[in-house]
Design a protein around this ligand. Structure first.
Ligand code: SF4
Length: 378
């Protein structure tokens, strides 16, 4: 019997943000979205494994909350009918603060959702507008208050720094506002201008307002770490901070390189040592599911060395690092042997350490995490 998380992709947004490179689309009518939900339920049923234990369910996007709450609850019920979802499963919905109403949130809570992750990004209305977000700082404050009133105590907010024209003082104000909300989990990321986004094109044309310098960005990152620690949050992953007991159980499945089912347009699954991906486009996804029940379009079996490398890279994202005994049990070889040279070099460089049977980034390593992780690429 396997244990695997379940990810449900909702690829719709009211408006596409200029920096977004997710598989998300705006402008679809209610009927198209509703056909998509039908297809999603059909795919879940077609891939049902009633004996597979599912400890976490995660609705991501896009913006899941553009759908009626009843649609999200119907999808969750379909997952529960098709898999052995734990009675105390963590069930997360990513939410746009502007979509929150007391009735909507109460319907999600009554339907079995126990965790909300709000895409706040910043509380500064001027900056929100500059990154094309459609909510306001006040929407974010009231969404969190409404969520608490609806009975959610497991709440997360996403914040972004290094936004166009953002100053360190702006970032400080966002941090102040975030900590005032007293939510138990925060994700804090720097804006990255990815290729194939409107921001990238604007920057190429010299039309994107200036981004903070590398020095300012590093200062913002350091400020996030320092303030979170002062407020009682543990930085348990490179970009994630939680009060004890509120770490994201679903994301930990990814960081431990464990198995997960992915349903919906473009969703990836990692099962039986293979990674599969679904048709990306929502309309083609729904047509493919209508024709054959599922929508898998690619399958890649990972060689043991690749799976080991990914386990090291992902594991080092977490403050707890890689459990070396668990690695040996899983792969039949010790990481200290397979990656002896790399671990020795990185230990001498002061960026990783082995403590209590775990290989993890040092304080210094946490600032250069990406370069350290690349050392384990197959
Ligand atoms: S709300 Fe999120 S998923 Fe949707 S366009 Fe903006 S960044 Fe992308």
């Amino acid at each position: 019997m396997r244990t695997a998380g379940a990810y449900l992709h909702i690829p719709f947004c009211v408006k596409k943000c200029g920096y977004c490179d997710f598989n998300a689309y705006s402008g679809y009518k209610t009927e198209t979205r509703s056909r998509y939900v039908d297809a999603l339920c059909r795919e879940i049923v077609a891939r049902a494994e009633p004996s597979a234990r599912v400890p976490t369910v995660f609705f991501g996007g896009g913006t899941p909350t553009v759908l009626p709450a009843s649609d999200l609850v119907r999808v969750l019920e379909t997952v529960k009918a098709s898999f052995a979802v734990d009675a105390d499963a963590e069930v997360t919905v990513e939410a746009n603060p502007g979509d929150a109403t007391p009735e909507y949130l109460a319907a999600l809570r009554a339907g079995g959702v126990d965790r909300l992750s709000f895409g706040v990004q910043t509380f500064d209305d001027r900056l929100l507008k500059s990154i094309d977000r459609i909510h306001s700082g006040e929407d974010a404050r009231s969404a969190v208050a409404m969520a608490k009133a609806a009975g959610f105590d497991n709440l997360s907010i996403d914040l972004m720094f290094a936004l166009p024209r953002q100053t360190l003082a702006d970032w400080d104000r966002s941090l102040d506002a975030a900590f005032t909300l007293d939510v138990p989990h925060l994700s804090m990321y720097a804006l990255i201008v990815e290729e194939n986004t409107p921001f990238f094109a604007r920057r190429e044309r010299g039309k994107l307002p200036p981004l903070p310098s590398e020095k300012t960005e590093a200062a913002m990152f350091a400020r996030a770490i320092e303030r979170a620690a002062q407020e009682g949050y543990r930085r348990y992953e490179v970009s994630n901070y939680a009060r004890p007991g509120f770490e994201s159980r679903h994301n930990r499945i990814y960081w431990r390189n464990e198995e997960y089912f992915g349903f919906g347009a473009g969703a990836a699954s990692y099962l039986d040592g293979a990674r599969t991906a679904n048709e990306r486009h929502p309309v083609r996804y729904a047509e493919t599911v209508a024709a054959r029940g599922t929508a898998t379009v690619s399958r890649e079996r990972l060689e043991p060395r690749e799976a080991m490398g990914e386990t090291m890279m992902m594991g080092l994202r977490m403050a707890d690092g890689v459990d070396l005994d668990a690695f040996a049990r899983r792969f039949g070889a010790r990481a200290e042997t397979v990656y002896g040279d790399e671990i020795e070099f990185l230990t001498r460089s002061g960026v990783v350490e082995i403590e209590e049977g775990r290989l993890r980034l040092t304080e210094r390593g946490l600032f250069v995490g990406n370069e350290v992780m690349l050392a384990f690429l197959a």
